[in-house]
Design a binder for this molecule. Structure first.
Ligand code: IMP
Ligand code: MG
Length: 179
């Protein structure tokens, strides 16, 4: 069995100030609008919960769960929705809340799907972005931080369902036993 090492990437303080900056921008841009946040489960649940408590405008919250049939560090690119939005989106301003963007396929799939409900607008907010790995064209309207091409965990983000509960963000590297 392979062993992994976690190295610190973002501290509590760095995450807090990133989330606060995003909340300020969103609060400013959506003042007077009817904003619905659509959080992608599971990875974005902690980001969402911190973000909404920093917002200065009223919002409604909904969740989707997507399955991409991959495990470990690679996703298959084949995406399915396993839990759909429940709120009516027609005529509303929708903001997708995502933990981390990699190839961009997840967000492209979800955005195209939400647009079918005739919302007034659909934009994207992501805490982290691995821009170097993008495979499809998708713009993140509210980005927390760009990160290197590393596999990250913590603050809701998992590796095979582990490490979601860590308060900070780490990157994972395999430990090669001495031979
Ligand atoms: P994409 O569809 O390739 O952009 O992948 C995005 C999804 O893969 C996100 O919703 C994450 O759940 C997951 N993901 C991408 N990079 C990482 C990572 O470094 N750690 C954990 N999950 C990741
Ligand atoms: Mg995930």
């Amino acid at each position: 069995m392979e062993e992994y090492h976690l190295s610190p990437l973002l501290s509590r303080e760095q995450i807090d100030s990133t989330v606060k900056d995003l909340a300020e921008r969103i609060s400013r841009d959506y003042r007077g609008k009817e904003l619905i946040l659509v959080c992608i489960l599971k990875g974005a649940f902690i980001f969402l919960s911190d973000l909404v408590r920093q917002l200065k405008i009223p919002v409604k919250i909904d969740f989707v769960r997507l399955a991409s049939y991959g495990s470990g560090m690679e996703s298959s690119g084949r995406i399915e929705i396993t839990k759909d939005v429940e709120l009516p989106l027609e005529g509303r301003d929708v903001l997708i809340i995502e933990d981390i963007v990699d190839t961009g396929r997840t967000l492209l799939f979800l955005r195209d799907r939400l647009v079918l409900a005739n919302p007034r607008s659909v934009k994207i907010c992501a805490l982290l972005d691995k821009k170097a790995r993008r495979e499809v064209e998708i713009e993140v309207d509210y980005l927390g931080r760009e990160v290197e091409d590393v596999f990250v965990v913590g603050y809701g983000i998992d590796f095979n369902e582990n490490y979601r509960s860590l308060p900070e963000i780490y990157y994972v590297t395999p430990v090669h036993p001495k031979d």
